[in-house]
Write a protein that binds this ligand. Sequence first.
Ligand SMILES: Nc1nc2c(ncn2[C@@H]2O[C@H](COP(=O)(O)O[C@H]3[C@@H](O)[C@H](n4cnc5c(=O)[nH]c(N)nc54)O[C@@H]3COP(=O)(O)O)[C@@H](O)[C@H]2O)c(=O)[nH]1
Length: 534
Amino acid sequence: MPPLKRKRDYARIIIILSGVLPLLLGILFTAIDARHTVEQQQISAANTLLSQAEKMSDSAWDMITWLRRFHYRPCNQFEDELQRAGNLNAYFRAIGKLEGETVTCSSAYGTNPGTLTDMMRRAPPVTGKAWWSLSLAGTAGVPDRPAVIFVRQLADDEGFWAIIDGQYLMDFMSAIGESRGYRLSMRFDNGAPITVGEAPPPRSSLFSAQIYQAQSSRYPISVTIETPGAELMRAWRQVTFIFLPMTAILSILLMVLTANWLQRRISWRDEIRRAIHARQFSVHYQPVYNNRTQSCTGAEALLRWTLPGGDSIRPDIFISAAEAEGMIVPLTRHLLDLIAEDVQQWQVEPGFHIGINVAADHLQHPAFVDDMLKFADKIKQTPLLITLELTERSLIKDGEDVARKLDRLRADGMKVAIDDFGTGHCSLSYLQTFALDYLKIDRGFINAIESLSGETPVLDAIINLSHKLQLEVLGEGVETALQYCYLRQRGVTFIQGYYYAHPMDNDALIAWLAEHEQQPMRIEDSDDAQLHPS
Ligand SMILES: Nc1nc2c(ncn2[C@@H]2O[C@H](COP(=O)(O)O[C@H]3[C@@H](O)[C@H](n4cnc5c(=O)[nH]c(N)nc54)O[C@@H]3COP(=O)(O)O)[C@@H](O)[C@H]2O)c(=O)[nH]1
């Protein structure tokens, strides 16, 4: 498959993914949100149920406290009162008295209702407690309707009991659970569950049933709420209808942004590659003046990109794009080829420097040393000396490895300079990590010069530091006689900037060198006013 087609296919996949991703995330978050909403509803329903069950328990225990007035009294003495109390309190199926296991009297069954086991239709629980409660599947009188029994046993074997009819609880549970399709179940201690609602099918939809359990903090009452998958689905659909338009807008936005980004990315890479093949790049050279020899002893190579119509793209734009899109290595290799062609015609003194900007990505590239050695080999017939200019624009991560590579190239006679010194985050750490020959002071510091006798503290500090480290120092972007004289006064050996010479193409440089290479810097009469203001 042709590389461009393959790239377009990848781009299409990335754009589709960037659109699908928010949708998938939207579905996931809304599903989580639906579960959360259903859980909140379950918590609220469970709290309401427990609170109602606790109120009923309170009534039952209050009733038992009231029954204690009949302690030590035979049943036939308070039978009428018992019946009235049982009938007037709506919750109660029956209330009564116990002696051991025997129910001695009951508001519903009279004076001889049998044993506790007969009445509960199961054995009493072994709790070891003087009071207990238990949910029952039914009682002797009403076997097919649940109930809850509350028992208080006294030390002398007598006891009192109250049975609450389960119907009240079931009605209440139905009222709460019916609209949401809940299956609700309540148990008092380890008794029979009092249940309302259909058991949800194992998996009726995308969601399985959600179960929530809660316990009363006051009584041994537990509640279980099962919400069917269909209810979760309904909650999810509700949330989705609110969020779906937002997610769809986000998807479209992300797709447009991704498409734009890819378009730019692909086009910068392709454009640079195409421009290399179409030989749209050329090199301009900016002469560097040496105060010591009072002549031009070097030039910096600066890449230029001219489009077929004659327009050009600014180096800071295409260099940044090449660095960002992983094209700086092929571009620098192309630069080296172009320089190697140009310099064959140069007539310069031995040791004339050619400064080459090297990006961090290239320094860290495994082929960097080879690339530079190949370049050195190509220009070995010329008297040129290569200076590698490291910029701080991008961070050099593997400092030690780069230091080894630079040492290797220095051993081969190349020089190393830090470009734009003081503008990045790591100027000082570069001084420590790499063996250097030159330090190029950024033009921002040179611009700060205001008068010959005045102080420019940061610039002065950089110059002093270079002297202390025995590094050769170069002032960049020198545009005025004042800046030039200030730097010369403070022992800056090399000067680069429009004041001396602009960057120029190869033909112009050859002509310029023929005329100016050996000429000392000329300070024009018009510059005197600047140097000696009245
Ligand atoms: N990795 C590479 N980077 C490169 C290469 N070619 C250029 N560049 C970097 O691009 C940035 C912009 O460069 P350019 O537009 O070429 O500007 C250079 C000079 O034209 C400019 N300059 C020189 N003298 C003056 C001056 O007196 N005043 C003034 N305002 N500008 C001046 O400065 C730029 C040189 O900067 P430097 O490299 O820091 O010495 C720039 O960062 C280039 O480095 C390349 O092939 N590879």
